[in-house]
Design a protein. Structure first.
Length: 592
């Protein structure tokens, strides 16, 4: 072959060699750009998911923090309430009234008898000190010293105007005091004196449980006067107590970033509520580290899924590009071949089209499980019993304190059984069925819901019946009754007449071919049932979605529980207005 004939082949070889040399560099640069774009997109998705998850978790944290702050506020209010009542009761004591009447020239021994009375009451109630003063501020009797501290003047002035006065101050020993001043009225002369009951706030704080959050109460001067954190006491509120503080409003919530010592988290949710009854403002710092960790976990999961999907897309695109380049090179090599090779080339193109297909990605579903039930009533009862037990222990009455502790243990076991039954129902588990007193079930349910019934202004019509023994589970039947009572109270929120009628008796469905049944009926005067055909369906509710009682699972669960006892439950609207639920249960054989 001549030199001229070899020249075109030499030129093609040089072009092919140059292309092979330049291709890896451009491919590396392209892959680097694609990787940077993928990382950037994954970062944006992760940050966006973190922001959304943080806001959602922040709303739930605000609800929990609000409940904790309300509990702490009630704890302070309850701790001071007994001293307030003590001052009012002592103001009407005959000895104190006699002393105020004869303030200029008291009979012999009257002043000493009054001081002894005050000392005895102070010892029994845990008060720091007590004293009786006149309108002019003269101390007639006292437990320790016959001189009124400077901080009690506003309380005395209010008492002299005929109202119960209160004040808080720091005494000359540096101790924080809260004082109640109850007026002592004389016939035809109005308030002529006052009984002062001093409370050492440290004794109230000492009985508080150890809470994971910081709660404090500031007065009108923005000074922290009461707190469960010793380092915050008597510090200035706001920036004065928490240096290097920055405030943000995120989704309507106050988020603080600050440096306030080793026991205060660096980033917290701040909430507050006024307490006019003690002239203070309650504030709480809720640790946001669990919220941020959970939001970061969710963001990491979404980012990992996005990264996996992006990597799949990049690999699929690279494979497609590789196949396309290989096919292009193959087409260049066989361009001058025979018709058979061209036909083969077309077959290869069709094979390449079949190989390059887009992958499908399964959508990530979210499963939310968590049924919130009415456990607040036993918790409040536990708190009340614990406070009563503490009071009885202070009064040297261990028997009554032990009874209160027994009540607390019973309520804790009852709550454990409720949670166990809820889990058993969710997992289709069955607990042993026994003979249950239906009247006792209703009484127990009313004990746990009476606070809600009374708070809503509802009139209860209920008369227990003897020998109402049925087959079922006591706790689960209580759960059904509590749910029906709670729904009835909620349904009557806007009703002018609020009544609940509960009745027990024999069921008319009993007969020769059916088991002997007992009937429990509960009727209200509320707005009725919007859609009776759907009321037992899961997640059907007419309440606001997102509230603690708006999940729509109560009636569905109640329906399943009654069915598990071989009973029946149904609801209907009544012509007089309101709704009625009827439960028929098998009568216990031993009480036929």
């Amino acid at each position: 072959m001549s030199q001229d004939q070899n020249h075109p082949q030499s030129t093609k070889a040089q072009v092919t060699q140059a292309a092979q040399i330049g291709l890896p560099q451009s491919a590396l640069r392209r892959r680097l750009i694609e990787a940077l774009i993928l990382v950037f997109c994954v970062g944006v998705i992760g940050l966006g998911t973190y922001a959304l998850a943080f806001r959602a978790e922040l709303d739930q944290a605000a609800e929990r923090a609000g409940a904790d702050l309300a509990l702490s506020s009630d704890r302070l209010r309850a701790g001071l309430e007994r001293y307030r009542e003590l001052s009012v009761i002592l103001a009407d004591h005959p000895i104190i009234m006699d002393l105020v009447t004869a303030r200029a020239a008291p009979p012999a021994g009257l002043q000493a008898a009054t001081s002894q009375l005050l000392q005895a009451m102070a010892d029994q109630t845990g008060s720091h000190s007590m004293m009786v003063v006149t309108r002019s501020g003269q101390v007639l009797a006292a437990t320790d010293r016959f001189a009124a501290p400077k901080g009690v003047t506003p309380a005395i002035q209010r008492a002299m105007n005929g109202a119960l006065g209160s004040a808080h101050f720091v005494d000359d020993q540096g101790q924080r005091r809260f004082v109640y001043a109850a007026p002592v009225f004389l016939k035809g002369a109005g308030a002529q004196g006052a009984i002062l009951v001093h409370v050492d706030l440290e004794t109230i704080e000492w009985g508080w449980p150890v809470d994971p959050f910081a709660v404090y109460f500031t007065d009108a001067s923005d000074v922290i006067f009461v707190s469960n954190r010793t380092e915050l006491i008597l510090a200035g509120g706001g920036d004065k107590a928490f240096p290097a503080q920055s405030k943000q409003v995120i989704a309507g919530h106050d988020v603080w970033t600050m440096t306030a010592g080793p026991y205060i988290p660096p980033r917290v949710l701040h909430i507050e509520r006024p307490l006019p009854i003690v002239d203070m403002t309650a504030e709480l710092l809720f640790d946001l580290r669990p919220v941020m960790n959970l939001a970061a976990l969710q963001a990491g999961i979404v980012a990992a899924i996005a990264l996996a999907f992006g990597a799949f897309v990049v690999l699929a695109t690279e494979r497609r590009r590789t196949l396309f380049d290989a096919n292009t090179r193959l087409e260049a090599r066989v361009a001058e071949r025979t018709q058979d090779l061209e036909q083969l080339n077309r077959d290869l193109k069709r094979a390449q089209a079949d190989l390059v297909q887009a992958g499908k990605l399964s959508a990530l579903g979210e499963m939310s499980a968590g049924i919130s039930h009415e456990l607040n009533q036993p918790l409040m009862a536990i708190r009340s019993y614990s406070e009563n037990a503490q009071l009885f222990l202070e009064r040297q009455n261990p028997d009554k304190a032990a009874k209160n502790l027994d009540h607390i243990a019973d309520l804790a076991r009852r709550m454990g059984r409720i949670i166990k039954n809820l889990r058993a129902f969710a997992r289709q588990e069955n607990e042993a069925i026994s003979d249950v007193d239906l009247s006792a079930v209703v009484d127990a349910a009313l004990d746990m819901t009476m606070g809600k019934i009374s708070g809503a202004g509802v009139t209860l019509h209920w008369q227990p019946e003897p020998n109402m023994m049925v087959r079922g589970g006591e706790v689960r039947l209580q759960q059904v009754v509590i749910n029906l009572i709670s729904n009835a109270v909620d349904a009557m929120a806007q009703s002018p007449e609020k009544h609940i009628f509960i009745a027990l008796g024999a069921s008319p469905v009993s007969g020769p071919d059916t088991p002997d049944m007992l009937r429990l009926s509960l009727r209200d005067t509320g707005s009725g049932i919007a859609d009776p055909d759907k009321m037992f369906e899961p997640f059907y509710t007419t309440k606001d979605v997102g509230t603690a009682q708006g999940m729509g699972l109560g009636l569905s669960i109640s329906y399943g529980l009654i069915q598990s006892f071989s009973g029946s439950i149904r609801g209907r609207n009544i012509s007089q207005g309101g709704a009625e639920f009827i439960i028929d249960l098998p009568r216990a054989k031993t009480h036929t």
